[in-house]
Design a protein around this ligand. Structure first.
Ligand code: AMP
Ligand code: ZN
Length: 435
């Protein structure tokens, strides 16, 4: 909408548990999208919401007997730590739903005023999908054959059960202490209204990009459009982008199917953030991606090759052959975020650098990594990736060397080597690399 600037909204996590790597496929896709826009010299204003009130968070908090805010804080903190692990660039704003209840109430009130929403006997407020002619335009719903006319109080339902959806849910016994006063009585917002209210607050009534995983498309995004456009009379979002699912043995990775790994599960097994990131981004975002440990092993090997090559690269004017690989890379990312092709350009650069030498190539690696975010430059960052057991031995060895206990130093070197790491000593101390 505005030259040089993109305003983008991404549906964030429901903070009732640790996010799984399927969720992180979506956030990694959104990170690639934002980095590619920035790669092209544009600025991004990204807003990602935190859903900290809904059926699942309330159930979790009440079952644990803690305040909703205390319960969700654990998972908010974990989420931000996980984003760092995956080298996902932070959004500009992370609005939490519970901080925006007045904005949601205002939006619901506007919809009631306009006659597209109504209060039902149970005290909840529903959006009347028959009153919004554009309903179904995103998900291409064949309205006449499918509409059941039922009401859906739950936030999630499928296309076969299209009906009036809840904007405001009346307080129930099971909500316990969670609730806010509103013109319709005590209650809480529905999930869909959160995103309409918060996106428009931070990005305006019309903005450029709205993203999420494909499961968000219906009903969540369809409902966001209905709520926003019925209230403002304006187009809500210019472009919608959705990523396909991360799958396990052909099924969507999800909490409800129990076939998931959290990021923490994989880190505990010894995989690093960038190895996991590599796997999550190395498929076209609209193609489904099957999770397998063999892909992590491949990522480890490929990244070791890149690391070894980058060590040979130096600053300076890039040679023509390196520029050509950067051109291929640029064409790939600008072709609907073709990351597998972008990786191919990176590995062509690695191959040719190994053959011709790294003079002047460092800048090209850095430019590619502005999008990929998986390459380590220099020792500082690499240190972060040393596993805890190796680091403990390194610390012991540093102490042994300080005490001039060379036999102990050698013994520890062998112990470290047995874990797959080679130690190098220099005037600045020890450094390690994977063998
Ligand atoms: P949720 O916390 O369930 O609202 O999901 C957060 C984000 O993760 C949404 O954008 C979902 O579409 C996305 N998501 C959930 N499961 C998967 C999966 N298996 N693969 C890719 N994205 C997913
Ligand atoms: Zn949303």
């Amino acid at each position: 909408m505005e030259d040089g600037r993109v305003r983008m909204y991404t549906c964030g996590p429901t903070v009732y548990n640790f996010a799984h790597i399927g969720n992180f496929r979506a956030y990694a896709f959104e990170d690639i999208l934002r980095r590619v826009i920035e790669f092209n010299g544009w600025k991004v204003r990204q807003v990602m919401n935190l859903t900290d009130v809904d059926d699942k968070t309330i159930r979790g908090a009440n079952a644990a007997g803690v305040k909703l805010a205390d319960y969700t804080k654990t998972y908010k903190d974990a989420f931000f730590a996980d984003l760092k692990t995956l080298n996902i660039e932070p959004a500009e704003v992370y609005p939490a739903a519970t901080d925006h209840i007045p904005e949601m109430i205002d939006l619901v009130a506007k919809l009631v005023e306009k006659g597209v929403a109504y209060k039902s006997d149970d005290g909840s407020v529903y959006f009347n999908v028959r009153k919004f002619p554009g309903y179904g335009k995103l998900a291409h719903i064949d309205f006449d054959n499918q509409r059941t006319g039922a009401r859906c109080l739950g936030d999630e339902y499928d296309k076969e059960n299209v009906g009036d959806f809840a904007l405001w849910k009346a307080w129930e016994e099971s909500d316990g202490p969670v609730g806010w006063d509103s013109p319709w009585g005590r209650g809480r917002p529905g999930w869909h209204i959160e995103c309409s209210a918060m996106s428009m607050k931070y990005l305006g009534e019309t903005f450029d990009l709205h993203t999420g995983g494909i499961d968000n498309l219906f009903p969540h995004h369809e409902n966001e459009i209905a709520q926003a456009e019925a209230a403002t009379g304006k187009e809500f979002v210019r472009t919608w982008m959705h990523c396909a699912h991360l799958r396990v043995n052909g099924e969507k990775m999800s909490k409800s199917l129990g076939n998931f790994f959290t990021l923490r599960d994989l880190v505990e097994k010894g995989w690093t953030g960038r190895e996991i990131r590599y796997v999550l981004i190395n498929a076209h975002y609209r193609a489904s991606l099957n999770f397998a440990f063999s892909a992590l092993e491949d990522a480890r090997k490929s990244l070791a090759r890149v690391d070894a090559c980058v060590e040979k690269a130096t600053e300076g004017e890039a040679p023509e052959w390196a520029k050509k690989h950067l051109d291929d890379f640029t064409a790939a990312v600008n072709d609907d975020l073709n990351i597998p092709r972008a990786f191919a350009a990176l590995f062509e650069l690695v191959r040719e650098t190994n053959a011709k030498g790294g003079a002047g190539v460092l800048g090209v690696f850095k430019r590619m990594d502005a999008v990929l975010g998986v390459i380590f430059f220099g020792n500082e960052k690499r240190k972060v990736e040393v596993p805890a057991d190796v680091q403990a031995l390194l610390d012991e060895r540093a102490a042994a060397r300080k005490a001039k206990d060379w036999a102990e130093s050698d013994r520890l070197r062998d112990a470290i080597a047995a874990l797959g790491w080679a130690v190098k000593d220099s005037r600045d101390g020890q450094s390690v690399s994977k063998t």
